[in-house]
Each structure stands twice: as C-alpha cells, then as structure tokens.
Design a protein around this ligand. Sequence first.
Ligand code: DP6
Length: 360
Amino acid sequence: MTEKDFISTNLDTSILKEGKYTWKTPSNIALVKYWGKKKNQIPENTSISFTLDACFTLTTLEFSKKQNEKGSFEIYFEGEKKDEFKPKVATFFERIKGYCPFLTEYDFVIKSRNSFPHSSGIASSASGMSALALCVMSIERLISTEMIDDYFYKKASFLARLGSGSACRSIKGSIVVWGDHKEIKDSSNLFGVEFSSEVHSNFKNFHDTILLVDEGEKQVSSTVGHQLMYNHPYAQERFKQAEENISKIKEILKSGDLKAFTNIVESEALTLHSMMMTSKPYFILMKPNTLKIINKIWEFRKETNLNLCFTLDAGANVHLLYPENEKEEVSEFVINELIQFCQNNHYICDRVGLGAKLLN
Ligand code: DP6
C-alpha cells in the first residue's frame, strides 16, 4: 500500500452532525528498537514490540459540526483542561488532515486519561496517539460507504504513526512489526502489522514488570532523540544491525529460545543507550539505580538460570521481561531485591496484551 491509498474520498459528512467515540489503547515495549527516522515519520529501521495490557490510554473524542470557519478543539486530561497538550495534537491534526479531510468540518473535544501516572516516565505518546487515531477512524467508518476491518486498522496505524512513530505499534496485539523488512510478510514503513509468523508458547502471556526508577519528565524528548541519529558516526551500522536482529528474533519467537531472546533484547536496549551516549550532544539517560537493577538481574539470572531479561526505552525505567511460568520466582525477586531501587517503591505489573478496544 502507498500513502495515496490512505486519502479518503467519497465520504458523506451531511449525515453526521455530532457524536463521540471512546477507545482504550495500550502502550507497547519495543524488543528491537526504533531510533532514527526520515521525513514524514518513516523509520530508518524495522522495529518489533510487545503490545502491553495494563498500561493504556482511554480517549473519548466528541465531535460536532463546526460553529465557525476556523474550527476548534479542546483537550481534557484526567478531568482537567490542558492547553499545554494542544500543540502536539494540533500538529497531529495538521499532519493527518490531507488523509482525513472531513476533520476540517468538525469541532472536537478530546478527553483522555492514562492507567499509569502521567509523570511515571512511561511514554504516553504511543497509547495516546493510537487512541486518537482510532477515534478519527471510527468517524471515518461511519461516513464511508464501506470499509473493511483490515483497512480500518491499517489506516489507524498509519495515522497514529504520523502522531508518534511507536504509536503505530499500539493498535494490534500481541506482537507488532513496523518497517519494511524482507522477511516479514506485508510489513511496511507506513504502518505496523501484527506479527503473523509462528510464536512459541514460551512467549504467550509474557510479563513486563516496569520498574519506575525515575518518575520525572523525560530528559530528552524522542523527537530530539531521533534527530541525534542524523550524522551519527555509527548510525548506518546500527540500522543494519536492527534489520539483522529482526531476522534473528523472528526465528527466536518461533523456536522459543529464551536465552537467545535475552541476548537480542538486552543488547538492543544497551545499543539504544549507546547511541545516545555517542551522539552530539551526548546524553546518559540511565540512572545509578538503572544499573543497579541491571546488575541484580544478571546476578539473579546466573544463580537461578531463569529467563528474565531487561529492556529500556529512552529513559531510566527498566522493563523486566519474563515468561509466564517463572512469574512466582520473579515476583518474589522483584519485591525482595528490586523495588528498593524504584522511586517511591513504584512499579507496574504488566504483560503482553491483545491490542486496542472500542468502548462505545
Ligand atoms: C526509544 O515513537 O516516541 O521508545 O516518532 O518522535 O514520536 P516519535 O518517537 P517515539 O520513539 C520511541 C523510541 C523508543 C523505541 C521504540 O519504541 O521503538
């Protein structure tokens, strides 16, 4: 599919005066990371993620025929009017209006909340933008003569990508690939696709315990972070490595080889941070407690031979990944050994989920 396929035509807005939709959309955690993008939110390399379950955004989009030429939108977050969120959403609307021209005919009120604290350091752009994209698609579906589910979800992912790259992986579950990869059927740079190859039962119901090391605002926004990959001395090698890691992880997901999974996932996390440490300007986003947790995980893994591993996103929090059948031992380990390194002892128990859900 190309960008042109996502430009909507033949829509009849005369039948639709007002309405509202609510979507619940999950966050996701990348196993092979997206870090570096080209113009129009096209990724430099393929990425793959687990869709999460407990970390989600609930968004209601209310719409009514616009009152004046200009049109307007308001945003409420957790019950409060938030004008500071407007620029990001305005940019999103601006980027998608060529694909959804009907948007210019309505006024909008967006009401959103997250299941996780806003200041937890968990990126809410993935779940937030995917929720908004799905609400927009629900309107489009209502005024279209016909729309098959496949198109609905692909375009939702396409629109979400224009809001925030990783958001395109927050539509479907439970494993999603984004980026055109020769070994992944139907994969695209334009939207995320459900990983449709065989997945070993070891990876069913995988857990992600998120250890909240630093509950502050992000030190480097992802937009700034991605820009650091322009003219980065190791960028081309990194992009190549990510494509190779996708091929490897595809086989690992099939074979159920948890040791090989650990190797790729931890290496990806550390590579992401190495890229930040070697860019200009350079950053260290890990905190002392991030490293303490990583070392504890390595020690515990050596002692027990269990299959827990970590990954990181562009911050200090640690995502502890482990299979369902090890959850008792790992929970005990988290409580006894790891929460001491979390800010205010905060952590979130999450697991792989099934994707977004329409609530009305
Ligand atoms: C480190 O999707 O937040 O989490 O496209 O600029 O909105 P923008 O960036 P974003 O970047 C996510 C980066 C990451 C890795 C990943 O999720 O793959």
